[in-house]
Design a protein around this ligand. Structure first.
Ligand code: ADP
Ligand code: UVW
Ligand code: MG
Length: 415
C-alpha cells in the first residue's frame, strides 16, 4: 500500500510518499509560498537528484495537483499512475477533546475540525484546505487525520485545567490541550527501544525544540503534562512566540500601546521570542553564529531560551517525582550542540551528566549523549511525525478492507 502524507500550512504544503510494505520513503518535498507571486516546489524522489521549480500556485488545490504531477512525472516521478496512491494521511494540529486518536475523514470529522478553527487559527484552516484539495484531486482515495493533540489526551485534570472559572471550560472547552503529540509519542517510543527498557517503566521528558517548541512529561508512556496550552503559544520561548507570560500583560499592553486583539495576538505569535530579544533573527543557527561574534542581544536570547527549557525540565522532574530519560528532538533539539550543552549543564543536581564528545557528534541516528555514569540518560532522537501519520493511516485504511484483501496486504508487507 502507498500512503501520501501531507502537512498543510497556510502558505506551505509538505509531503512524503511511503511504500508501507517496507515503510520506505519513495519521494518527499514541499510547496512553499502558496498564494504568493512566485511559489517554490521542491521535490526529492528516492535515488534521483532533488529538483526545484518556481511557478505561480495560487491555492492548495493547485498545490496538491502539482504534487501529484511530480509524483507521476515520467522522469522525476516514482509512480506510473495516480491510482497507485492508496490513501492520504494529514497532520491536523488541533483535535480538541473530540479526538483521542487518529480517524478516517468523514463529513462529521470535517465538521469537528472546522469547529476548532478558533483554537488553532494558524493551523486548522490550512489543514482543511489540504483535505479539500485532496478530495478535489483524488476523489476516491480514503483520507485519515492524525492530531497533534491526541497523545496529550491522557493528561490528568490537574495538568489540563486552568485555575479560572469552570464555566469557561464547560462552555468553551478552555483547557490545556498540548501539541507536537505525534512527535513526543514517536521519540519516547524510540528512546525506550534504544535503551532496551519498557516505556511503561520510565519517567521521561521529551523536548521538541523546533520552530514551535514544547516539553512533555511522559510518565510510564503517557503524556502527563506538557508546556503548550489551549493554543501553541504557551510554554517555552520560541522562534517568534513569547511562550509563558503574565496574562495581565495582554490588557496592559493593549491599553498602553492602543493595540487591538489581533495586533496583540500577532505580537505574541509572530514578533516575540528569539526574534524580539535578539532583534534580528528567529533562527537558532544565526543566533549561535551572532553570539560567537560577540552580539550581546543574541547571547541574551540564547540564555533566556535555554533557561526556560531547563526550568520546565526541573518542573516536570518534580511533577513526576523523578526522571530517567531526557530526549531532545526537532530542528534545534537534534542539531544544536550548544543548546543541549547549555540546558544540561544546569541539571547536574538531577543526576544529568552530558558526555561532551557524544554531544558534539553530528549524526542522524538516535543516540545517547550522556556519560555511562549519568543517572539520567540523555538522548537525541530525530523525530518522524510523517512516519507515524503514515502508519496510522495505513492501519485505519486496512481496517476498512474486506478480510481477504487485508490478508493479501499483510502477506505483501511480510514479503
Ligand atoms: N544546525 C542547526 N543548529 C541550530 N538550529 C538549527 C539547525 N538546523 C535547524 N535548526 C533550527 O531548527 C528550526 C526548525 O525546526 P523544525 O523542527 O524543522 O521546525 P518546524 O517543523 O516547526 O518548521 C529552525 O528555525 C532552525 O533555527
Ligand atoms: C503546534 C506547532 O507549534 O506546530 P509547529 O511547530 O509546526 O509550528
Ligand atoms: Mg514542526
Amino acid at each position: 500500500m502507498k500512503v501520501l502524507v501531507i502537512n498543510a500550512g497556510s502558505s506551505s504544503l509538505k509531503y512524503q510518499l511511503y511504500n508501507m510494505n517496507d515503510e520506505s520513503v519513495l519521494a518527499s518535498g514541499r510547496v512553499e509560498r502558496i498564494g504568493m507571486d512566485s511559489s517554490i516546489v521542491t521535490h526529492d524522489a528516492a535515488g534521483k537528484p532533488e529538483v526545484r521549480s518556481v511557478s505561480e500556485i495560487l491555492d492548495h488545490v493547485t498545490a496538491v495537483k502539482r504534487v501529484i504531477e511530480m509524483l507521476v512525472h515520467p522522469e522525476l516521478g516514482v509512480l506510473k499512475r495516480i491510482d497507485e496512491i492508496d490513501a492520504v494521511g494529514h497532520r491536523v494540529v488541533h483535535g480538541g477533546e473530540a479526538f483521542k486518536e487518529s480517524v478516517l475523514v468523514t463529513p462529521e470529522v470535517k465538521l469537528e475540525i472546522r469547529k476548532l478553527f478558533d483554537l488553532a487559527p494558524l493551523h486548522n484552516p490550512a489543514h482543511m484546505m489540504g483535505i479539500a484539495a485532496v478530495e478535489a484531486n483524488l476523489p476516491d482515495v480514503p483520507q485519515a487525520v492524525v492530531f497533534d493533540t491526541a497523545f496529550h489526551q491522557t493528561m490528568p485534570e490537574t495538568s489540563y485545567l486552568y485555575a479560572i472559572p469552570k464555566v469557561l471550560y464547560r462552555r468553551h472547552k478552555i483547557r490545556r490541550y498540548g501539541f507536537h503529540g505525534t512527535s513526543h509519542q514517536y521519540v519516547s517510543d524510540k528512546a525506550a527501544r534504544l535503551l532496551g527498557q519498557p516505556l511503561e517503566s520510565l519517567k521521561m521528558i521529551s523536548a521538541h525544540i523546533g520552530n514551535g517548541a514544547s516539553v512533555t512529561a511522559i510518565l510510564h508512556g503517557r503524556s502527563y503534562d506538557t508546556s503548550m496550552g489551549l493554543t501553541p503559544l504557551e510554554g517555552l520561548m520560541m522562534g517568534t512566540r513569547s511562550g509563558d507570560l503574565d496574562p495581565a500583560i495582554v490588557p496592559f499592553a493593549m491599553a498602553k500601546e492602543d493595540l487591538t486583539m489581533s495586533e496583540v495576538s500577532s505580537m505574541l505569535n509572530k514578533h516575540s521570542g528569539l526574534m524580539a530579544i535578539s532583534g534580528s533573527t528567529s533562527d537558532m543557527r544565526e543566533i549561535v553564529e551572532a553570539m560567537r561574534e560577540g552580539d550581546k542581544n543574541a547571547k541574551l536570547a540564547f540564555d533566556m531560551y535555554t533557561y526556560r527549557i531547563r526550568k520546565y525540565i526541573g518542573a516536570y522532574a518534580a511533577a513526576m517525582n523523578g526522571l530517567d530519560v531526557i530526549v531532545f528532538t526537532a530542528g534545534v533539539g537534534e542539531n544544536s550542540v550548544e543548546l543541549r550543552e547549555a540546558v544540561c549543564s544546569g541539571l547536574t543536581f538531577l543526576g544529568v551528566e552530558l558526555d561532551r564528545e557524544r554531544n558534539a557528534e553530528r549524526r542522524k541516528d538516535p543516540r545517547i549523549i550522556s556519560t555511562d555514569n549519568s543517572r539520567v540518560r540523555v538522548l537525541v532522537v530525530p523525530t518522524n511525525e510523517e512516519l507515524l501519520i503514515a502508519r496510522d493511516t495505513y492501519r485505519l485504511v486496512l481496517q476498512t478492507k474486506k478480510p481477504d484483501d487485508r490478508s493479501k496486504e499483510i502477506i505483501e508487507k511480510v514479503e
